[in-house]
Design a protein around this ligand. Structure first.
Ligand code: F6P
Length: 566
């Protein structure tokens, strides 16, 4: 089925209504304090539940009636059609002519046979691959799968980059309390040799298993690191006497026992020397940044076990179903995407902070940067025409409370409007008391205090009433009306992590649909890759390659040639 040309959101009746509404709010004066006072039911009207997550949208720069206008925009751009197309495998990634079916990765067995896409029973294939991954994970966890010398695996090292790294490392960090098989993980991504050097330090090659993860199995960084890791393994095993240098059969056996692969390109996996029976596949309808719940998450299945991985998938599926089946007015997943449009296009907010109040989520903002910015950082629409409004805000963040002592100053008192998502959980796996004080409550007190301060601020009179000298009153005033969404979960579990990831995946889809983007290609990463191939030879002695460069690049290379010490 061919996809329709994008609808220009800015020409829809809903957009015009939103503009009118925005102008009216500006004329009235955006004033959260007043809006809370005027409407005692504001919080109730703007609170939502999805799965086991609670959402409070009341501290956003909206009135309850804004919700209907945002939902109308979703209808005008035919968001429901786009969701349906995505969920059923229409090739909505049209620049690559591919389906976009990450939602199929978390469908239950009962859905086998229901989604036949390009002749493939996608759920059946997903479940079959999961079965192989789970059997492998069980073997590694139980010690049935051993290294070359018969020892149980203690460390898995995931080598991948972008979507083949950011999701797994984020989820590994997030779920650390659930690691229960005496296996830890490390993640190598950067082609900078410092990354591999540091991550292999202290590793015992006999108990280390490398998982090479690359959708294409052609990515420069990953293949370079994988070759380096292979050299490291063999050298270390020879050095320790575990294998002998001249014995090629033993070396091949060592690679078999210490290397597995995850890829859509199983031919290339075999070329690399990894036994195809030790490779787990996925499909071109899984985008890299949407792949943590595919075989790309194999390191997670090994560290946390198949049952936890299944819970993780259930969390995704819960939100997938909610998103696809809830009317837009009540659909907080869709509304959060629409709210981002509201801030980006009407308030002209250029960035969006994601601030997890959970140390285990410390890689979540970095993960979201690829998900959101590689998806929606675009200037042309899916039919090749220019976009008609601003797209892709910058996502960034750090865990609270660390961010409070770093950049919150700018969010509170700077000149830019920065909408922020505050994420916290009612329970912690590490309950601790400092005297009588529960430390998690101290932490949550900060979570709540920040959104309150951002929303309601502090007036000059309130500052004066504290006895502040008049000349420094202005510096101590907080204007407030800085928008936040509070996302409150019960506990950070495999299930709720799946929910959170699916939430942001769908937020990305909503924004991309409003802007008419193909959120699933990433041509913007290609030019740099091409140029790196041309420039790299110039760094050594290739003067022809040097002469081909622009003046600035030439000067930088000359500096390098003069200064390098090897
Ligand atoms: O940076 C571009 C990109 O293609 C990402 O989209 C992808 O996640 C990453 O490279 C890694 O690609 P692969 O999994 O094919 O090695």
């Amino acid at each position: 089925m061919a996809i329709n040309p994008p609808i220009d959101a800015t020409q829809t009746p809903a957009w015009a209504e939103l503009q009118k509404h925005y102008d009216a709010l500006q004329a009235e004066g955006v004033d959260l304090k007043k809006w809370f006072a005027e409407d005692p039911e504001r919080v109730e009207k703007l609170s939502f539940e999805a799965g086991d997550l609670h959402f409070d949208l009341s501290k956003n720069l909206i009135k309850p009636e804004t919700i209907e206008l945002l939902a109308n925009l979703a209808k005008d751009v035919k968001l429901d059609e786009r969701i349906k197309q995505q969920y059923t495998g229409v090739h909505i990634n049209n620049t690559e002519d591919r389906a976009v079916l990450h939602t199929a990765l978390r469908r239950p067995e009962e859905d086998e046979g229901k989604y036949i896409v390009d002749g493939q029973d996608v759920v059946k294939d997903v479940r079959e691959t999961l079965g192989r991954i789970y059997a492998f994970a069980d073997d590694v966890r139980s010690g049935k799968w051993t290294g070359i010398t018969g020892r149980k695996i203690e460390t898995v090292v995931n080598i991948g980059i972008g979507g083949s790294d950011l999701g797994p490392v984020m989820a590994y960090e997030a779920l650390k309390p659930y690691a229960d098989a005496g296996i830890s993980a490390r993640y190598i991504s950067n082609i900078d040799p410092n990354d591999l050097a540091e991550k292999t330090k202290g590793l015992d090659p006999e108990t280390t298993l490398f998982i090479i993860v690359s959708k294409t199995f052609t990515t420069l960084e990953t293949l370079t690191n994988a070759r380096e890791a292979r050299t490291w393994l063999l050298e270390e095993l020879v050095a320790s006497g575990a294998i002998s240098d001249g014995d090629e059969a033993q070396k091949a056996e060592a690679i078999k026992k210490h290397f597995v692969a995850v890829s859509t390109n199983l031919e290339k996996v075999e070329e690399f020397g990894i036994d195809p029976s030790n490779a787990f596949g996925f499909w071109n309808w899984v985008g890299g940044r949407y792949s943590v719940d595919s075989a790309v998450g194999t390191s997670l299945a090994v560290v946390f076990g198949p049952a936890r991985f299944e819970e993780f998938l259930h969390g995704f599926h819960e939100i997938d179903e909610y998103f696809a089946n809830t009317p837009f007015e009540k659909n907080v997943v869709a509304l959060l995407g629409l709210l981002n449009v509201w801030y980006r296009n009407f308030f002209k907010a250029a960035s969006h902070a994601v601030l997890p109040y959970d140390q285990y989520l410390h890689r979540f903002p970095a993960y979201l940067q690829q998900l959101t910015m590689e998806s929606n950082g675009k200037s042309v629409r899916w039919d090749g025409t220019p976009v008609t409004t601003e797209t892709g805000e910058i996502f960034w963040g750090e865990p609270g409370t660390n961010g409070q002592h770093a950049f919150y100053q700018l969010i509170h008192q700077g000149t830019q409007l920065i909408p922020a998502d505050f994420i916290a959980f009612a329970n912690t796996p590490n309950p601790v008391k400092d005297g009588d004080q529960d430390v998690h409550e101290l932490f949550l007190g900060n979570y709540l205090a920040q959104t309150k301060a951002l929303a309601f601020g502090k007036t000059a009179d309130e500052v004066r009433a504290e006895g502040t000298p008049e000349e420094i009153v202005p510096a101590r005033v907080f204007k407030g009306n800085r928008p936040t969404t509070s996302i409150f979960g019960v506990a950070l579990t495999p299930f709720s992590l799946g929910e959170l990831i699916a939430l942001y995946e769908h937020i990305t889809l909503v924004e991309g649909t409003v802007w008419g983007l193909d959120s699933y290609d990433q041509w913007g990463v290609e030019l740099g890759k091409q140029l790196a191939k041309q420039i790299t030879p110039a760094l050594s002695q290739d003067d022809k390659a040097l002469a081909d460069q622009d003046a600035s690049t030439q000067a930088l290379i000359k500096f390098y040639r003069e200064k390098r010490e090897f």
